[in-house]
Design a protein around this ligand. Sequence first.
Ligand code: 5AD
Ligand code: SF4
Length: 446
Amino acid sequence: MTSSKMTGPKKLFIKTYGCQMNVYDSERMSEALGGQGYVETDRQEDADMILLNTCHIREKAVEKVYSDLGRLRKFKDVKPDLKIGVAGCVAQAEGGEIMRRQPLVDLVVGPQSYHRLPEMEAQTQKGQKALDTDFPEEDKFEHLKARPKAKRAPSAFLTVQEGCDKFCAFCVVPYTRGAEVSRPVDRILTEARDLVERGVREITLLGQNVNAYHGAGPDGSDYTLAKLIWDLDKVDGLERIRFTTSHPNDMTDDLIEAHGTCAKLMPYLHLPVQSGSDRILKRMNRSHTAESYLRLIERIREARPDIVMSGDFIVGFPEETEEDFQATMDLVEEVKYGYAYSFKYSTRPGTPAAERPLVDAAAADDRLQRLQGLITHHQRAIQDAMVGRTVGVLFEKPGRMDGQMVGKSDHLHAVHVKDCSAAIGEVRPVRIVSAGTNSLAGELIL
Ligand code: 5AD
Ligand code: SF4
């Protein structure tokens, strides 16, 4: 028996960095540690355990983890029993090095070992350090404690696939998250039904390469992501399905078709291209061209004309010239993204691109600014074009003003409605009346 049983629940503070998969993993870790007597707190100073769920995708993300760890010393000074843990992709990549560099860390756990957290926590209670960055055979989700039946917010993430076999030349994901693995269909459906029972109306299926999903169906046959979506479409009470992140080469015909025919599948697609230059795409090992990507988007738009596209871009990839960058600007001009995330190239040790000569930093900064300017311009134009249209909105929470409610449109725009009679978790038609910088304003159609 742990001392917590006598002194009340222990408190857990989790800080989540990086992608949506980390958000999902943090929830699952919190539930797993719930079995050890922990409840979550949002106050670091109250915590008995602080867990940093880290991201390794860019250099800055790693530096941030080490500087945040340094800042935790003051909490440990006043509470020597405080346990400090590092999870996520930095834990995977750095392993025991983290404890050597920052001795106040008690626990290091890689993304494939989260089901071992309870025993690792027990180890730290005995004053020992705990480290696990294996890629075990067993399915961690199967071993993580089932989600308790507590009420949930209307929108939830559900990891269906993890890892990546693509090996883009700049990316650490295949090393930190490992090879592509898909969860079986029946487990996903069980989890989805459970989420719906607890108030969830929208599920975003997560995977580093989610459209490469190939989990085993109930009859043992290989499923595609589209097939999984059609099974989820039959779950009563689930109103919206989304998925992220996809690779262009895995946009299968059945998935494109589902965008036109599955009413629950929302008209929004995150499809990173990274660059518009074939020379750079080749060096990035993307195995598609700018032209094949554009043709793919044409087909997706034929299936679902109002789809809002989103993407990721890297500027300043080794040896990128101004001409290469112009090709990226041309591609962006043609696609007109509703959202896009753009990053300056960051060298990741151990990846093939790390061996290549860097672009001048000032040139890369300048390109990033120009690209972000163009993306913002399109984003605003797409938001402005929503004015006068009627869209479905899933209401998620009260707004800052009295009587106001805030939700997400089918196209993932934040929408707020004044004097709103909709309840949290309801999807209602809303006429958009104006567009601001980050959100739309609308009124309910009664
Ligand atoms: N440098 C900059 N951006 C990167 N990304 C992945 N690796 C790097 C890197 N080394 C970006 C890609 C990817 C997104 C999640 O992060 O655009 O799609
Ligand atoms: Fe990284 Fe995505 Fe490329 Fe996989 S497909 S290596 S996760 S950028």
